[in-house]
Write a protein that binds this ligand. Structure first.
Ligand SMILES: [Zn+2]
Length: 360
């Protein structure tokens, strides 16, 4: 796995089974991007959905894996299929429950899972019913596994209902919804185009994380910060506001400096970036950002479409950027520090993390 790489000495203590058992905190994971292939197949068969042309789970897995797409737009098309089978409360609750179960089996000790309620209303559900169904599933998954799991509501940048989504987040804030997010295409749809929703969220002291610096450059990150984002979904294109010489960041422009000085948590999703942005694994900026002291967290984004898991993301970080167990502990502590749960729960999770890393 690592033989022959210059990082061998740094990762000598870490092998894949260790990575699986390390405690992990997941801040950026899409519900409709993490459905089990077998569940997609079963739900499709149950409702007679033939958009995939098969109900064979193995073929479904291959068809929905977008590892070679190299384009965000193509990657996003795969969601048409998962969304097609997530239009009833039962299906949505099942997917949410299984998500928590799968994350728990992957060593995740705390999770925030996001979804866009509007995308689940084409079968006749209203947005409130969608949120209720997701929360029922998250609660069931948490009860079964002991892993705290919360929801982030996504409005789509290209849609016009962000204020309704922000209000919905407020309505369910005491029942497991912790934040508001903007997803979808960045270019041509700036966060500031959703200022009323962002102001609603800020005024009510709801939390906010916004996708930015994925499909567009540093100016999109600046726009998201100006809208009140506490964390940045992806944010990796902050590297475009940095000067890199001899494999390290030697200077930062104003946007990178702002992100760095504010220790704004970056929800980095390496495999997703490789798949949608066409970045070679070794050229991903996660190592540079870690070395420069940015508040890096590691996340999955879309476990199904990217064929990934938290363990796979950690493995990526080891193999391509020489992450050590100390790096993973820092990443995980950064993530729980930036989590949107209560301070009391953060303290409990920190204790689990410390225990897990001291035993590794
Ligand atoms: Zn995302």
């Amino acid at each position: 796995m690592v033989a022959g790489t210059p990082c061998l000495a740094r990762i000598a203590r870490i092998v894949t089974p260790d990575l699986k058992t390390l405690p992990k905190v997941l801040l950026h994971d899409h519900l409709d991007g993490g459905v089990r292939p077998s569940t997609v197949a079963e739900l499709a068969a149950g409702i007679g959905y033939d958009g995939l042309g098969t109900v064979d789970p193995e073929v479904v897995a291959v068809r929905l894996h977008q590892g070679e797409s190299g384009s965000l737009e193509t990657y996003l098309e795969a969601f048409d299929h998962t969304l097609a089978v997530m239009q009833t409360p039962e299906a949505i609750t099942r997917v949410a429950t299984e998500a928590v179960e799968d994350l728990a089996a992957d060593g995740v000790v705390y999770a925030e899972i996001r979804f866009a309620p509007t995308l689940h209303t084409v079968g006749g559900l209203n947005r409130r019913e969608v949120v209720r169904a997701v929360l029922d599933g998250l609660h069931a998954g948490s009860a079964a596994t002991g892993v705290p799991a919360f929801a982030i509501l996504d409005a789509m940048r290209q849609d016009t209902d962000s204020e309704e989504i922000a209000q919905l987040a407020h309505t369910f804030r005491g029942d497991g919804v912790v934040a508001f997010d903007l997803a979808g295409p960045e270019r041509g749809f700036p966060a500031s185009g959703h200022s009323p929703a962002c102001e609603f969220v800020t005024d009510r002291k709801l939390h906010m994380t916004l996708h930015a610096g994925e499909g567009d450059g540093p100016a999109s990150i600046e726009d998201a910060l100006n809208c009140g984002a506490e964390r940045i979904g992806h944010g990796v294109r902050v590297i475009e506001d940095c000067t890199v010489l001899d494999g390290r960041i030697t200077a930062m422009g104003p946007i990178a400096s702002r992100v760095h000085a504010g220790q704004v948590a970056l929800e980095v999703c390496p495999w997703s970036n490789v798949h949608t942005l066409g970045i070679a694994p070794g050229d991903h900026p996660v190592g540079l950002l870690r070395d420069a002291g940015f508040a890096v967290t590691l996340n999955t984004d879309n476990r199904l479409m990217s064929g990934t898991s938290m363990t796979a993301e950690f493995t990526f970080a080891v193999e391509h950027h020489g992450f050590t167990s100390a790096d993973f502990e820092r990443v995980t502590m950064t993530a729980i520090g930036a989590a949107f749960c209560s301070d009391g729960l953060k303290d409990s999770v920190r204790a689990w993390i410390e225990k897990g890393y001291s035993a590794s």
